[in-house]
Design a protein around this ligand. Sequence first.
Ligand code: N01
Length: 537
Amino acid sequence: MAYSSRATEVDAVVIGAGFSGLYMLHRLREQGYSTRVFDAAKGVGGTWYWNRYPGARCDSESHYYCYSFSDEIRNEWKWSCRYPAQPEILDYLNFVADRLDLKKDIDFNTRVTAGTYDESLHHWTIETDTGESVRAKFLITAVGNTSAPARPNLPGLDTFAGKVYHTALWPHEGVDFTGKRVGLIGTGSSGIQSTPMIAQQADHLTVFQRTANYSVPARNHALTDEMRREQNEKFAELRALTLNSPIGMPFELPEKSALELSSEERTAMLDKLWDKGGFRFMFTSFTDIVTDPAANEVVAGYIEDKIRSTVNDPAKADVLCEFNHAVGTKRPPIDTEYYETFNRDNVSIVSIRKNPIREVTADGLTLENGDHHELDAIVFATGFDTVTGSILKLNLTGRNGQTLADKWKDGPRAYLGLASEGFPNLFMITGPQSPAILVNFPVCIEKHVDWVIDAMEHMKRTGAVEMEATAQDEAAWVEKISADVEGTLMTSTDSWYMNSNIPGKPKVFTAYFPGMPSYSEIIDEVAANGYPGFNLR
Ligand code: N01
């Protein structure tokens, strides 16, 4: 089929132009598939397009939070620092899109509103909010896992006279909080990153905390030419470590249980990693943090001591240490001066765990016990309808008129985290029940995109027009997802990993837990053996 960015019949439609969608488009074009890409945003970037809140920066380090597929791109791009801020990552994705000339094939400002599979014609019909209807043999979702912002429905919010913001829908022109009394709700990664920045500007910042989090210092720093040269020279070695790592980061794996070491040895290990900063603290210290409650307590206790020695006011420290879950069972936040910020006179912390917000009034928030906080602005750092939210919003209907929403009403069902029975020729990049949310995203993205391309090429070679997961293999995969995480501490916490951050969502673990290397082995073997678990027709 001749390639046309305006064709209404194409080989593939890709939804999303972030890290996943851009690489997917590049590979599809390389293999000669006519493709259209839709994105609701005005530009590329996905999560990095929308999340422009003050302090937004990557928690993974720049030299591995990027594409690996092109030596040229890697050599041409220079990261400024260890953890780049959102504008720099957005610049990088624009650079990649321009370098590969991808933008001409992306329809921006266009939201996909529905997708329906026609089983007699073996194609998907994709509808958009611009009134277009496009037919495609393949539908590929590249919509991310944290891309449907969630805001609690607080009574009275519409009566609030001040400004209301959500971290994931931040105004592009920025916000000036000078002279304002700001209330920030939520202490996940977004709240923890934005707190120090808002505090520097606002007249007063009140952080409303439902769950105390365990944050570790990032220790961001500029990269010198020497550091960049070393990272480049060691690329092959670091890539090997990355591919061998459960979380897709070039870290040496931990070797010992926290309980095998003496108290002095444990502290020395944690001190070293605390000083180094970032995810290494959680992922390279001990083997058993999320499997053994005693090991978990060692790490949680260490962080609590750090918080208490950082925060001068013991009452504030008490609130910040009001832990109710095991460390590592929610996505670990990485911060820059988060706890230090509570030493400022213009910053307070309010626990809303047992004393929740009762209502919003014209001039602020009132808690259940009647305490009232006068505010000029409210910032929701309350996260997302994670993992399934953005996929379900696409209104997909598969064979026999079954909707994905109906099929997934008790939780996602996605064979290998890539496909779902009843929805032929639908592939989900970083889909539910893959390891994506527990892994450095670009690693999982590149693996998924390459796997999907191989599957499409296999279909081309064998003359198959339809590829669909079998109900039986999908059921076994869904069972495996739960079985793999059973007995760990991960299931003991309400978290977005457990699908339980949004009221009403079924509480199920949403990721493949054993890590990226074993997952890659499984999906590679499926490909090598002619795609068992799929019906190819
Ligand atoms: O969202 P979250 P996020 N009343 O869901 C609270 C990625 N990310 O945007 O824990 C009061 O983690 C909620 O409380 P609780 C990263 O993967 C990456 O911060 O549910 N509070 C929690 O404190 C991350 O994990 C980066 O009790 C309410 C907070 O809001 C994911 O995105 C940066 C509430 C939500 O935390 C999501 O992070 C930022 C309510 N009704 C994000 N509802 C980088 O790598 C929710 N909360 C840089």
